[in-house]
Ligand binder design. Structure first.
Ligand code: NAD
Length: 478
């Protein structure tokens, strides 16, 4: 398999080119590295029709066989981890080590998710009747993925949807379609035709999908603003939706932490993947007794971090993935400058090709600052001071987002107690960003609808069906 060219969509088991193409840019140097098919409505119709045709046989395939196929697909990703991770760095920007982690994680996710089972609940087994609730697949799922973790976030959907017996049309972000298309070539060798279809295209393709009557469900990961459009567009045909959306996670750092020990971990909580993580720490609330010490430790560490091309050895942080997001991050930095907030490090745009933004840390801007209230999704972190737990919990919760959050403290019970007061789908104590295929992950408030992961995530790809069987009296008597 050639990973460096020949990017084709997967429709009905065939690898197909499009009538038009779309350029993909390496964010580290702004050079066009590839072109991919720009799907037409007709291409999308064909992909949905292929998924619809494949659905009955796939749904009827014993779950053990579906599990085996998904596990084999996970193994195929791992076996091709090296070329896939190089491709991912080229299109996404993240350093090779992180791409490697994402690709291996994607393989692992499919393998682990394939261990889950669909539960059957016996509601009644009396002399009069037997009643059970089981879970049947929905049909054809439309999956829409973002550009920050293109491979693994797609697998969050592929694993459970296919395991439950659905078929799928998957659309990667137009900024990061390459690794997903090569994954499609692996899938073409392992899955029956039509079970998984992959289409790439420009801005129209997502809305075509969400409004298309051929889908039974849309599983979407992306921004809150787009999530609202997806839900609206899915409403006329009452498609099921799972929406994994934006976040503005707070980290609360208690005064009893060992500052020197946690500084590095806290730094990466905010800056891993260049801050382009839905569950990155986007506001860091630090107790006033340790504020100066932690601030100085973070700044000292930030100065040791190398920002550069992710394919070069020694790079810790790559570029922002795309021009739009780059412009947005620079705009937030400019706003902070205009308001006179204090920059501890960073804030100056590098005058080189590529969408590079230096690691930027702000010193206690006001709570109503845009950089505190909005999701920055980039390498800009506001440090904020607190001295009262009730006050910091209120500040952490004063947002429409509710995706993640973390509490850091040596008194784990105290930290755990505070964690339970954070209104977010996931809250970590003394770590962050740990996700598992066995655990439900999703957003409260405007961070999402529904969950991915765990049995709860699997069930989102099913309809609950209750079957009630009246027992014949003579059968009971016999
Ligand atoms: P985005 O909303 O711009 O795009 C996400 C996907 O939706 C892309 O494939 C895009 O092409 C498609 N899309 C765009 N407009 C559409 C429309 N009107 N209808 C249907 N599809 C459309 O998001 P992004 O910039 O790619 O990703 C960053 C955002 O995603 C951040 O807000 C981040 O927090 C969020 N995110 C959330 C999670 C999570 O699990 N909760 C994970 C990763 C990223």
């Amino acid at each position: 398999m050639n990973f460096d060219s020949d990017y084709r969509m997967l429709i009905g088991g065939e690898l197909v080119t499009g009538s038009a193409t779309l350029d993909v840019v390496n964010p580290a140097n702004e050079e066009v590295i590839a072109s991919v098919p720009d799907a037409t409505q007709d291409d999308l119709d064909k992909a949905i029709a292929a998924a619809r045709t494949a659905f009955p046989a796939w749904a009827a395939t014993p779950i053990a066989e579906r599990k085996a196929k998904l596990a084999a697909l996970g193994q195929a990703i791992m076996a091709n981890a090296d070329p896939l991770m190089r491709l991912l760095t080229k299109e996404q920007g993240k350093p090779h080590a992180e791409s490697q982690g994402e690709v291996m994680g994607a393989g692992y996710w499919l393998m682990a998710a394939s261990q889950l089972d669909l539960p059957v609940t016996v509601n009644e087994d009396s002399d009069d009747r037997y009643s059970e609730t089981r879970h049947v697949p929905l049909g054809v799922v439309g999956a829409i993925a973002p550009w920050n973790f293109p491979m693994i976030l797609a697998m969050f959907k592929v694993g459970p949807a296919l395991l439950a017996g659905n078929t799928m049309v998957l659309k990667p972000s137009p900024f990061t379609p390459l690794s997903t298309l090569k994954f499609g070539e692996l899938a073409a060798q392992l899955l029956p035709p039509g079970v998984l279809n992959i289409v790439t295209g420009s801005d129209d393709l997502g809305p075509w999908m969400t409004s298309h009557p051929g889908f039974d469900k849309i599983s979407f990961t992306g921004s809150t603003a787009t999530g609202k459009r997806v839900m609206q567009s899915a409403a006329p045909t009452l498609k099921r939706v799972t929406l994994e959306l934006g976040g503005n996670d707070a980290a609360i750092v208690m005064p009893d932490v060992d500052v020197e020990k946690v500084a590095e971990e806290l730094f990466w909580a905010a800056f891993r993947n260049n801050g382009q993580i839905c569950i990155a720490t986007k506001r860091m609330y630090v107790h006033k007794d340790i504020y100066d010490q932690l601030r100085d430790a973070l700044v000292a560490y930030a100065k040791t971090v190398k920002v550069g091309d992710g394919s070069e050895q020694g790079t810790h942080i790559g570029p922002i993935n795309n021009k739009q997001q780059y412009a947005r991050v620079l705009e937030l930095i400019q706003d902070a400058k205009d308001k006179g907030y204090k920059f501890l490090v960073g804030g100056e745009k590098a005058d080189v090709p590529g969408y590079f933004v230096p690691v930027t840390i702000l010193d206690n801007p006001p709570e109503d600052a845009r950089i505190v209230q909005e999701e920055q999704f980039g390498p800009v972190l506001p440090l904020l001071k607190f001295d009262d737990v009730d006050d910091v919990v209120a500040r952490a919760n004063a947002t429409d987002y509710g995706l993640g959050g973390s509490v850091w403290g040596n008194d784990e019970d105290k930290a755990f107690e505070i964690a339970q007061r954070i209104a977010s789908g996931t809250v970590w104590v003394n770590e962050t960003q740990h996700l598992s295929p066995m655990a439900a992950f999703g957003g409260m408030k405007q961070s999402g609808v529904g969950v991915e992961g765990g049995v709860e995530g699997l069930l989102e790809y099913t309809n609950a069906q209750t079957i009630v069987r009246k027992k014949r009296k003579e059968a009971v008597a016999a």
